[in-house]
Design a protein around this ligand. Structure first.
Ligand code: NAD
Length: 428
């Protein structure tokens, strides 16, 4: 049993807090120190009023959370989703603290969110929501304090509006206040593919260790958005066969390997979903189709959609030997137990999807230095940092005889705690 520090109640928050406590027991840390690490440094809840397209007023609630900032300025995405809430944002921010520490990036963890459905707004409404949200969280953000980035429901355009709103208040252009910006505003080449690239690097290294290799491996991917579609393309580039993919509207399957170029072409030409592309056999429609898809015969599963996708039932039907978490929190703690029982390897989100924040960090480096690196240089750096971190993760798992999820948490927590010890506590 663990002590809730930050008002656990949301499944994602309970899951990450219990994982941190488990890692703390492994490291033999004192309860008080662990509570310090778990508690978010600051949580700002804001009201976001806006004018609708028809001239009436709307309102949404937003948050910006700085989780742990002992190792550096805060870093984390902004999520626009109707179900986002304070506790989910805190949980995601805690994940960012562990992720930055595990990757050895000189950054702390943050996350933001606005409880609204971006698909229900016109572009002008989204711009108004974004600008007002930016103004409301203004005291917390800045290149040396906290740098937001895109997450679910936000994109490079949203970052451009945030950058503009912040810059207007400062009186000069401050591109470094956000990452994941358009290239024209000093975003980084390689950012769009970086998370998927990291997922595939993680899958390659783990498959090698498991003795089967990515070449020829059959891959199933849930989610065909930014992370999932890039993971699919880059896995194929390494010789894997993507045998099934799903999105919110359904799942498609081809045991010989789906033709991704045809899928991408059909989507670019106006197909609204994977099912509508006409590529592969339709497994089913709607979000339920993903659960069925997890039973497809394969070697690697990459959940790249939302949290809680793999629960006990999905874990019991998986045929894969390896799961690589592209999404944040896609596997429930109950499913983790089933996977451990079935000896299925799981490479956890805090490491597997860290390619995104790693590239964001490289974008910050370029912004601070007023220079731009080539796409190859950025991609090489992302891959190198992912490989280095994999080595640390593997060594921790092996030396302590623990699964990768716990090893990743141990590694992140140990790095944060070391910084706490070195800095001391003020006032002492
Ligand atoms: P996205 O919005 O671009 O894509 C999400 C995809 O998931 C879409 O294809 C959508 O149709 C699908 N989807 C949503 N709900 C689903 C469901 N219930 N069943 C099946 N498919 C569903 O989002 P993204 O940027 O690719 O992010 C996906 C996940 O990866 C999120 O958990 C996010 O936090 C995490 N992540 C993203 C990045 C990044 O750089 N974009 C970095 C780290 C982690």
């Amino acid at each position: 049993m663990f002590t809730a520090v930050s008002g656990a109640g949301h499944p994602a928050l309970e899951a990450i807090e219990s994982r941190i406590w488990e890692a703390a027991r492994q490291l033999g840390l004192a309860d008080g120190l662990v509570e310090n690490v778990i508690a978010p440094r600051r949580v700002l809840e804001v009201s976001v009023p806006y004018t609708r397209a028809d001239g009436t007023r709307g309102h949404a609630t937003g948050w910006r959370v700085h989780h742990n900032t002992t190792r550096g300025p805060a870093k984390g995405g902004v999520r626009y989703h109707p179900e986002v809430c304070r506790d989910e944002v805190v949980a995601l921010a805690a994940g960012m603290s562990l992720k930055c520490a595990l990757m050895n990036l000189p950054l702390g963890g943050a996350k933001g969110g606005v409880a609204t459905d971006p698909r229900a707004h016109t572009s002008k409404e989204l711009e108004r929501i974004t600008r007002r949200y930016t103004t409301e969280i203004f005291p917390l953000i800045g290149p040396d304090k906290d740098v937001p980035a895109p997450d679910v429901g936000t994109n490079a355009q949203v970052m451009a509006w945030m950058m503009d709103q912040y810059s207007m208040a400062m009186g000069y252009a401050v591109p470094g206040v956000v990452t994941g910006k358009p290239i024209e505003l000093y975003g980084s080449l390689g950012r769009e593919s970086a998370t998927g690239r990291g997922v595939v690097e993680a899958a390659t290294l783990a498959a090698e260790e498991l003795g089967f290799g990515i070449e020829g491996a059959r891959v199933v991917i849930q989610g065909y958005g930014n992370v999932g579609s890039w993971a699919a393309r880059l896995a194929v580039e390494r010789g894997a066969r993507v045998v099934a993919v799903s999105d919110v509207d359904g799942a498609v399957h081809d045991p010989a390997g789906l033709d991704l170029e045809r899928i991408d072409r059909a989507l670019a030409e106006g197909a609204h979903s994977l099912v509508e592309t006409g590529v592969g056999d339709v497994i089913g429609t709607g979000v339920e189709a993903s659960s069925e898809m997890f039973g497809v015969d394969c070697d690697i599963v990459m959940p790249c959609a939302l949290s809680g996708a793999i629960d006990r039932a999905e874990a019991e039907q998986l045929t894969a030997r390896l799961i690589v978490e592209g999404a944040n929190g896609p596997t429930t703690p109950e499913a983790d137990l089933v996977l451990a029982d079935r000896d299925i390897w799981l490479i956890p989100d805090v490491y597997a999807n860290a390619g995104g924040v790693t590239c964001s960090y490289l974008e910050q480096c370029q912004n601070f230095a007023h220079l731009t690196w080539s796409e190859d240089e950025v991609n090489d750096r992302v891959v190198r940092l992912m490989r280095d971190a994999y080595g640390r993760l593997r060594d921790t798992a092996e030396s302590l005889g623990i699964r990768h999820r716990l090893a990743a948490t141990v590694l992140g927590l140990r790095t944060i705690v070391d910084a706490h010890h070195l800095r001391g506590l003020s006032p002492s």
